[in-house]
Design a binder for this molecule. Structure first.
Ligand code: URA
Length: 436
């Protein structure tokens, strides 16, 4: 079938064959199918979806568009974690070294911030000297020597996803369950994994705002991973408020170091221990999550995760001393204050994430650079009682001006105060799993 016939078939609810999907994606990768036809197909998929056989063929074609890590010679199981993205989500920075220090290998390939959400690569880039553009062979060597690496998705790994993602970003076709699932798994399964843990965020700061959409994405992700030979566990976790107190790159690295030092916010620790326990179980280090949590808690209290992070930072060219004192800091701060007495009923977390991007902590355009020093400290969160005039959120910035005024207005507007506290909702909402 020609590309136009394939688009028409999908538009009308048809099912595409493996051969058609493979040859279309190969022709797109090699420049024989133009962006406008691929954009039209993505829109047809957005409305019509993909069957599980189509989704698998699509994901395999994306995965095989590039190279993969080859970790066969590295002993032990390799397990990674992926978050669908949130505000203040610095869990990977804590989790990877902590889990690696407990004996499971973590070949972590991460991305930059996307839309209003932060990215692990941008956070790591705030460590002076740190380099995440690892050649594949060096990433493999680090997994062997240190049990982990923090690598960037380069041209080598799933290059078709980079192109397709950029196209989807400007054609309103990001929020499609099969396209998100194939995008995530084409990158993660290129890591030669024995297991994958997925943190599917749900709420005002997530791409999936409604639990039923997050659940559908989680189900698709674990089933697809299992169909492609990788055992997978997904947790739906709340993203209707920032995770932890820090939002912004260097601020989040500092908070991750706090958690690795046995301190830091309880919610970051809670998500880290839950996801880490799943990783230890998938990695065969622990038979069940409760025991795994004990191992992780001990590693945290002994500082083993922090030691591993320091070693990884050093190996990747970064200044490990700077982790404790020496990260970039904005010189000024201004507080957003409560305009009345009340309880924080809700936080529009996407609006807060967008305000952080505007401040410089993320990108408005793909080619923008990120300011490592700016960001927010969330001083009051959902459910907290506040008095008029009390500080809700601290904005770390370089200078007053129209941008700061806009950021302060948006941050203030993201908080909704009420007379009564909202009902308490657990941080970890639901667990799904699938095995090959
Ligand atoms: N994260 C990804 O890697 N891909 C998507 O499509 C959405 C979120």
């Amino acid at each position: 079938m020609t590309p136009a016939e394939l688009i028409q078939a999908k538009r009308d609810g048809g099912v595409l064959s493996d051969v058609d999907i493979r040859s279309l994606l190969r022709d797109y990768a090699e420049g024989r199918v133009p962006d406008y036809q691929m954009a039209a197909l993505c829109m047809a998929i957005y409305f019509r979806g993909l069957s599980s056989a189509e989704l698998r063929a699509w994901t395999e074609a994306m995965l095989h568009s590039g190279a993969s890590l080859d970790l066969r010679r590295v002993p032990g199981k390799k397990v990674d974690k992926h978050s669908t993205g949130g505000v203040g989500d610095k869990v990977s920075l804590v989790l990877a070294p902590l889990v690696a220090s407990c004996g499971v290998r973590v070949p972590m390939v991460s991305g930059r911030g996307l839309g209003h959400t932060g990215g692990t690569l941008d956070k790591l880039a705030s460590i002076p000297g740190f380099c995440s553009a690892l050649p594949l062979r060096e990433a493999e060597a680090m997994v062997e020597d240190l049990g982990m690496c923090f690598a960037a998705q380069t041209e080598a790994l799933a290059p078709l996803d980079r192109r397709l993602y950029a196209l989807r970003d400007v054609t309103a076709t990001v929020a499609s369950v099969p396209l998100i699932a194939s995008s995530i798994l084409s990158k993660k399964l290129a890591e030669d994994l024995d297991g994958l843990v997925l943190d599917v965020k749900v709420g005002s700061g997530a791409f999936m705002k409604r639990p039923e959409d997050a659940r559908a994405l989680a189900r698709t992700l674990v089933d697809l991973a299992a169909a492609m030979g990788c055992p997978a566990v997904a947790w739906l976790t709340r993203m209707d408020r920032p995770l932890g107190q820090a939002v912004g790159n260097a601020l989040e690295v500092a908070e991750a170091v706090e958690v690795l030092s046995g301190r830091g916010p309880e919610d970051v620790r809670e998500v880290t221990l839950a996801l880490g326990a799943e990783m230890l179980c998938l990695g065969g280090v622990s038979p069940e999550p409760e025991q795994a949590r004990g191992l992780l808690a001990r590693a945290l209290s002994e500082g083993r995760g922090l030691d591993r992070l320091r070693a990884v930072v050093k190996r990747q060219g970064g200044d490990a001393q700077a982790l404790l004192a020496g990260l970039p800091r904005a010189p000024l701060h201004t507080d957003v204050r409560a305009t009345a007495d009340g309880v924080v009923a809700s936080i529009d977390t996407e609006a807060l994430g967008r305000a952080a991007v505007l401040l410089g902590a993320g990108r408005l355009r793909a080619e923008d650079s990120v300011d490592p020093a700016v960001g927010f400290t969330v001083l009051r969160t959902q459910g907290d009682r506040v008095r008029q005039g009390e500080a809700l959120l601290r904005v770390h910035h370089h200078a007053p001006g129209p941008v700061l005024s806009e950021v302060l207005a948006r941050a203030a507007g993201a908080y909704r105060l009420a007379d009564v506290a909202p009902p308490a909702v657990p941080l970890l909402l639901e667990r799904l799993e699938a095995h090959p």
